[in-house]
Design a binder for this molecule. Structure first.
Ligand code: AMP
Length: 285
């Protein structure tokens, strides 16, 4: 049975009690509208932890003024069914007022450098919203294992760095990116795509695979990998490319030469929908 918790106090009490009983706490932060990508994080937490907590909170602080906060898809009943099916113990679904009693928040957690490039460039303030809410969730939950998807590779790098530099008592666990059978990275935002755009969206992954194939065949020049992705996507004029970049997966700095830690990351717009994807070059993903 999944227990639904709406207050910070109740969540902290449940997590404290679990730890006092010697149990390992697993935390899966999400914005809801759960799909198989989210479910893979729950499964990883379920395998490694005694108490699994899923948080469902569409965090206004990580949306820009012209972004999709108001139309972001929500389905709490469906989400609870998914959590039940994955054997989740607790769903934390707080109100905005519960998380931000004072608006706007006076305190903001900011990770420098890693947040300036890639998605940070076209989404100013986004990562401050992410790191602030994640820090709050960590502070409420206390020591835990926290599960994040590699779909959001920049977010994972930023949170990993933040936990390290702030000495937060959290073990960050990165989990594999989950895709549709046709290669499209699962995302709550895929629900926005028109039928026509849905048919061309898998070309993002196809483009990344072409570059990964070139690397597997010996290509080590990051500019060449980026060119391959751009050239492929250009065949569909509906793609508007935000960025294509080869960066180190931990520092997010541009690389001169591709190695096993090099991330090839892309963000595009298809109509009004912004989609991101990535592959680790030299790995088989
Ligand atoms: P979101 O609800 O979009 O904020 O995502 C919550 C968590 O699920 C984040 O750690 C994401 O990286 C992860 N996630 C979202 N989509 C996927 C996916 N396709 N594969 C793996 N993890 C994902």
């Amino acid at each position: 049975m999944v227990e639904i918790v709406e207050t910070k106090l109740a969540l902290r009490a449940r997590a404290d009690a679990a730890r006092a009983a010697g149990q390992r706490v697993g935390l899966v932060p999400t914005m809801g509208f759960l799909h198989e990508g989210h479910r893979s994080l729950m499964q990883a937490a379920r395998r490694a932890c005694d108490v699994v907590i899923v948080t469902i909170f569409v965090n206004p602080m990580q949306f820009g003024p012209n972004e999709d906060l108001d139309r972001y898809p929500r389905d709490l009943d469906g989400d609870l069914d998914a959590c039940r099916a994955e054997g989740v113990d607790i769903v934390f679904a707080p109100s905005i007022r519960e998380m931000y009693p004072r608006e706007p928040s006076t305190t903001v957690v900011h990770v420098a450098e890693l947040t300036t490039g890639l998605c940070g460039e076209s989404r100013p303030g986004h990562f401050d919203g992410v790191t602030t809410i994640v820090t709050k969730l960590f502070a409420i939950t206390g020591p835990c294992h926290a599960y994040f998807g590699r779909k959001d590779a920049q977010q994972l790098a930023v949170i990993t760095r933040m936990v390290d530099e702030l000495d937060l008592p959290v073990t960050v666990v990165g989990c594999p990116l989950v895709r549709e059978p046709d290669g499209l990275a699962l995302s709550s935002r895929n629900a926005y795509l028109s039928a026509e755009h849905r048919t061309i969206a898998p070309q993002i992954h196809a483009a990344l695979c072409l570059a990964a194939d070139a690397v597997a065949a010996g290509e080590t020049d990051p500019r060449r990998a980026v060119d391959i992705v751009r050239a492929h996507l250009r065949q569909w004029p509906d793609f508007s490319i935000d960025y294509v970049a080869c960066v180190d997966s931990a520092t997010l700095q541009a690389v001169d030469q591709i190695d096993a830690d090099t991330l090839l990351a892309v963000a595009v717009r298809l109509g009004s929908t912004r989609l991101i994807d990535n592959v680790l070059l030299g790995a088989s993903s």
